[in-house]
Design a protein around this ligand. Structure first.
Ligand SMILES: Cc1cc2nc3c(=O)[nH]c(=O)nc-3n(C[C@H](O)[C@H](O)[C@H](O)COP(=O)(O)OP(=O)(O)OC[C@H]3O[C@@H](n4cnc5c(N)ncnc54)[C@H](O)[C@@H]3O)c2cc1C
Length: 505
């Protein structure tokens, strides 16, 4: 099979790219996805999101035991099927703040990755409740819903508590300014999850003669000659294409490159893979957000289950005080349920609630490595969580902010008493609690980071350095985390890349 363009991975970025790049009837595009079509009805129910992990459409990874997390190893869900991790995610749509993208522009020297540069892509993607105001998109493929009265009364009290401390009231997190209180914006339409496959791979798109979709097809390696990819080896045979885009996600895109002989020489040698191209930082720079789960409270009255996705309102702020402005450093979220890590007893639903807390721009960096040439050889995932003093200090500040909000009079009607962390007197006590309480916020990224420096894995055009016809377009290329969840930014990267291809055709 021969195509003009092959996209590996039909997840969040890949589904969008397949739709946009097959608009031109003259370009033959193949989208190759390891998993199948999502059929489980639970995917559509927003409240089910924490319960649908470990099913057959989850790659179901685990990290190595983490010294920063009291030796715990975390489960990392990743979607396997059309829609990718948008089948599993917690539905929050957070673009990031202006300063986040100033960091991206600085890292790449490319104004396309600034807030202003990305704004046309965000606008094109979204069909937002507030759409048409010049800031939020209207009529795009992905619904973004900013709930009003549908937010739980507990989350409303949480928002009032933050406002009582001087935090600004925001209308959603997507204006470039994130410090303040607001309900979360959600990728939900008429009460249902919308995956990127549903949003972009519509029946009309699938009917195009220019698009071939291969599901249940695992790409096992790239074949390389000099500085070109000549083809893809897949579980269903060989596929050839002039241009290749990897959208297999922050774990599988670098892993596929490593299995094909591209990467850090010592990693390839240890895995028994001959090195074709040494790229020392490939698989490095692994980033993720953690959330402390949680600052737990026994409730004075029944906490009705969330009608949304459980953590209904995230409040971003600076560590030095509730009225400080700029780029957020910490976050406190309202969990409308007793959310805890596996290290603590979880009270019965309805009897307790959790304030989640975390650091927006952790400086800890990890890595992923292959252990052998086959996709069946397990990946080593080593995030090195909380390995910097900066991250441990800011996590303590985030816990402090959660407890200050949790103790506010606006929450008196809900709070019976604090259950966790319980008595903590010293920084060492707080660190020990955080190490046991933290869970992943599910944002692995950065393993093929884009940049203008010599060590960057991908160029500001998302081309893999050293290979002429290969781009990486997914969460791997983030040069730095955005303050909040990263899905919207991944979509904006894909849309911006697609525009570049379409304009230069
Ligand atoms: C449980 C969970 C909750 C989350 N909550 C949120 C949230 O509320 N808000 C938010 O912004 N973000 C959230 N995220 C993060 C967000 O979903 C991801 O960052 C985003 O979906 C990543 O997109 P991607 O295109 O990089 O990868 P994916 O969407 O993971 O797509 C990769 C695709 O490639 C396929 N693939 C991989 N390897 C191969 C191969 N060798 N051959 C063929 N196909 C392959 C995979 O099956 C998959 O379909 C969450 C993630 C999870 C898992």
């Amino acid at each position: 099979m021969r195509f003009d363009l092959a996209i590996v991975g039909g997840g969040s970025a890949g589904a969008l790219l397949a739709a946009r790049l097959s608009e031109d009837p003259a370009r033959q595009v193949v989208l190759i996805e390891a998993g199948g079509e999502p059929t489980d009805p639970d995917i559509l129910n927003p409240q089910m999101w924490p319960l649908i992990q470990h099913r057959d459409y989850d790659w179901d990874y685990r990290t190595t035991p983490q010294p920063g997390l009291a030796g715990r190893s975390l489960s990392w869900a990743r979607g396997r099927g059309l829609g990718g991790s948008s089948m599993l995610h917690a539905l929050g749509h957070f673009r990031g703040c202006r300063e986040d993208f100033a960091t991206w522009e600085e890292a790449t020297g490319d104004p396309r990755w600034s807030w202003e540069g990305l704004l046309p892509a965000f606008l094109a993607i979204e069909d937002h409740t507030l759409g048409g105001d010049g800031i939020h998109g209207k009529g795009g493929p992905m619904p973004v819903w900013l709930p009003g009265d549908e937010v739980s009364p507990l989350a409303r009290a949480f928002i009032e508590a933050g406002a009582g401390l001087g935090l600004k009231r925001l209308n959603g997190h997507n204006t470039g300014e994130m410090i303040g209180v607001t309900p979360n914006s959600l990728m939900i339409r008429h009460g249902r999850r919308v995956t990127t496959a549903e949003a972009w791979l519509t029946p009309a798109v699938r009917a195009r003669a220019s698009l071939t979709i291969l599901t249940g097809t695992l790409v096992t390696s790239l074949t390389l000659r000099g500085s070109r990819v000549t083809g893809l080896e897949t579980s269903a045979g060989r596929v050839e294409a002039d241009q290749i885009i990897l959208s297999a996600g922050a774990l599988e895109s670098p892993a596929l490159l490593m299995r094909s002989g591209i990467g850090r020489e010592e990693v390839l040698a240890a895995a028994g893979v001959p090195c074709h191209l040494a790229v020392p930082q490939l698989g490095q720079n692994l980033m993720d957000h953690l959330l402390g789960a949680g600052n737990l409270y026994a409730a004075k009255r029944m906490v009705a289950p969330s009608r949304l996705q459980h953590s209904e309102s995230m409040t971003y702020m600076r560590a030095e005080g509730f009225t400080a402005t700029g780029q957020p450093e910490i976050v406190v979220g309202c969990g409308v349920a007793p959310i805890t890590s596996e290290m603590f007893d979880r009270p019965a639903p309805g009897t307790a609630y959790s304030l989640l807390f975390g650091v927006t721009h952790p400086t800890s960096r990890g890595e992923i490595r292959i252990t052998g040439p086959s996709p069946a050889d397990p990946l080593v995932i080593e995030p090195r969580y909380l390995s910097t003093g900066n991250d441990r200090r800011l996590f303590r500040e985030a816990l402090k902010a959660a407890r200050e909000i949790g103790a506010r009079p606006e929450l008196d009607a809900w709070r019976d008493h604090e259950i966790l962390p319980g008595p903590v007197y010293t920084d060492a006590d707080r660190d020990a609690f955080i190490a046991r309480a933290a869970i992943t916020h599910h944002h692995p990224s950065g393993t093929c980071r884009m940049g203008r420096d010599a060590g960057a894995v991908t160029t500001p055009d998302l081309r893999l350095n050293g290979i002429d016809n290969l781009a990486v377009v997914d969460a791997s290329v983030l040069p730095a985390l955005t303050a909040g969840p990263i899905h919207a930014a991944v979509l904006a990267i894909a849309e911006t890349f697609a525009r570049g291809v379409i304009e230069t055709a």
